[in-house]
Design a protein around this ligand. Structure first.
Ligand code: AMP
Length: 289
């Protein structure tokens, strides 16, 4: 499709697909349910979506087949792609960690010298070993890395871990972390030379930033005695000064504020103690600061 639209590559089917689509929809893009299509255009925006295998996304963006892409940082670094990382997106979080049989121990990383480590991430592991001056053998395996030690193929593994359940099932235990990953928005390095697309990208980034910010913020509302206002202002970690509104009962006020979502459970007891009542916490759809 050579229509001049910004081309965004996302994972066709996998862990990052739904969250990537959700982020785009929260940014105001009207995207139909894609079913099995490889490319679709947003109905209300100059953007085409390409659905690709996530392993291929960094290279497609590097080569300009797609202008931008959403993919895990693990894949970006493993593929050594020459792309610009524009934003970290806060989902798809995982760790690439070393793991070893439950019966073995590893007290410090020097003990990795001379060991065999199975992984699907040979490049990331190799830079980690180099950085730590370790001489170990990397055994490259494309999938089911966790069975390598029981087959005698390696002493340890280096694999993505989130809950640790797969490790437990294979009688392995987690050891040192090698790399932390989350989904990221990447761009082709020459995109700034395309004036039209670059200007769409600036607007797209503005929308993404406001959607990301809205996700981590909440709208807090409460009523309180006027006399408690100063105490409550000290408690509320407001982004800006809170809104204070008069109520029919002149001794009371309503206080509204945007707060970081995770702060609510740290402050609600203090708010109640200060005299706040009718405390409401609401989601925010979008936020432009
Ligand atoms: P997948 O759909 O399994 O191919 O995973 C795609 C991407 O999701 C990976 O490259 C990681 O960036 C990310 N991810 C998040 N959590 C995990 C996990 N527990 N295991 C594997 N990948 C994960």
């Amino acid at each position: 499709m050579l229509n001049g639209n910004l081309k965004l590559a996302i994972q066709k089917k996998g862990r990052l697909t739904d969250k990537s689509l959700q982020l785009l929809r929260n940014s105001g893009l009207d995207i139909e349910d894609y079913s099995e299509r490889l490319i679709i255009s947003a109905r209300n925006y100059e953007l085409d979506l390409l659905f690709l295998r996530d392993d291929d996304i960094p290279e497609y963006v590097q080569d300009g087949v797609a202008d931008i892409g959403i993919v895990g940082e693990d894949i970006i670094h493993e593929k050594k792609a020459e792309v610009e990382i524009l934003r970290k997106l806060g989902f798809g979080k995982c760790r690439l960690s070393l793991a070893l049989p439950e019966s073995k121990s590893l007290n410090n990383i020097e003990e990795l010298n001379g060991k065999r480590i199975a992984t699907s991430f040979p490049n990331i592991l190799s830079s980690y070993l180099k950085k730590n001056n370790i001489n170990a053998k990397i055994v490259e395996i494309s999938g089911s890395v966790e069975i390598a030690p029981s087959l005698g193929v390696s002493d340890l593994i280096c694999d993505l871990v989130s809950t640790g359940n797969t490790l437990k099932l294979n009688k392995l235990k987690k050891s040192f972390d090698v790399f932390e990953s989350q989904a990221a928005l990447i761009a082709n390095r020459d995109l700034k030379n395309d004036v039209q697309k670059y200007s769409v990208l600036q607007d797209f980034l503005f929308r993404i930033d406001s959607a990301l910010k809205a996700k981590t913020s909440k709208y807090l509302m409460m009523n309180a005695p006027k006399s408690a206002l100063e105490t409550i202002k000290q408690i509320v970690p407001s982004l800006k000064s809170p809104t204070v509104l008069p109520l029919a009962d002149e001794s009371m006020v309503a206080i509204h504020a945007v707060i970081p979502a995770e702060e609510f459970w740290n402050i609600y007891q203090n708010l109640k103690q200060a005299g706040a009542s009718g405390i409401l916490l609401l989601p925010i759809e979008n936020m432009i600061l």
